[in-house]
Design a protein around this ligand. Sequence first.
Ligand SMILES: Nc1ncnc2c1ncn2[C@@H]1O[C@H](COP(=O)(O)OP(=O)(O)OP(=O)(O)O)[C@@H](O)[C@H]1O
Ligand SMILES: [Mg+2]
Length: 315
Amino acid sequence: MVTDNREKKKAETTAPRLHTLSVLSGKGGVGKSNIAAALSFALADFGKRVVLIDADLGLANLDILCGVRNARYNIAHLIEGSRTLNEILVHFKTSERATNLNGAVSLLPGGYGIKEIADLDEYAMERLFGALSELEDMADYLIMDAGAGIHKGALSFAYASEMTLLITTPEPTSIRDAYGVIKSLGAAAWQDSQDAATGLMLVVNMASSSREAQEVAERIRLASMQFLGNAPMYLGYVLKDDVIERSVKNCRIFYRSDPDSNAGICVRNLAGDLLRLCEGTKIEHEEIPPKKKKGMRGFLSRLAQTLFSDKKQGA
Ligand SMILES: Nc1ncnc2c1ncn2[C@@H]1O[C@H](COP(=O)(O)OP(=O)(O)OP(=O)(O)O)[C@@H](O)[C@H]1O
Ligand SMILES: [Mg+2]
């Protein structure tokens, strides 16, 4: 009996706690980076330790967006093995809301001229994977800004993550491209299990009202259901808000400077719903999507599976 309890306790303490979440879109410029960064700070306000990764390799700009001037090192140093994760991470002060909690945000900045993850050689990939595996104990949430489009890099992060936020705006072009991502994720060569479409959630950004956002999400869900036989759940929305454009111009994250703006409140709602999802509680407006296994090990093995499956095929 005592041994049983000890075993149970040991399993609980060694079970992976890290949640991996990628943020991507079909069309560019729909608000991924802003939402990824704002969500990180909102989760920190709820007491979570968050590592934010600029996984939009080659087109990285999260450091500028977060007001980090001249980040000394970036993901390129990690890939070439010249710096450690601890030397590269940029730590932020969280807002006053978080003073009683232990929440924190750290950024792994991206770099310029880095190859797409799928094109990295074996040794570079090994160094990257080795460094990422250290995050298991450092964070509760790993949030990756995975970029736009249906190129392999973005889709690999989406496939590997426990959860993926697919960002769209109400514009028809953005809606069409979001559907394109859902289709590509389903049709990707590596998808040989039901797993690939799980954990995919829609977020409608720049909505003029909650009603408009809901209608946009419903259109995408209906088309997905009809033509692909599966649909991502709708997580929520962020209202169109001038505060974001102003903050971007001033190299500030709107959630830090204006947490109670319309957009700030929306992001806090998204963070709250995500936490409830991750803790397994039903949220009001949706069913819970089936989830992939959490933890860094699961993430890295799915990432390797997606990246190497093609290499094998091409070989
Ligand atoms: N909710 C919003 N309300 C008003 N403007 C917004 C909102 N979200 C984003 N924007 C505007 O859209 C611009 C693009 O946002 P962001 O850089 O986050 O998009 P992105 O999807 O990461 O772009 P890219 O595909 O180039 O990486 C911002 O500079 C901001 O001006
Ligand atoms: Mg971006």
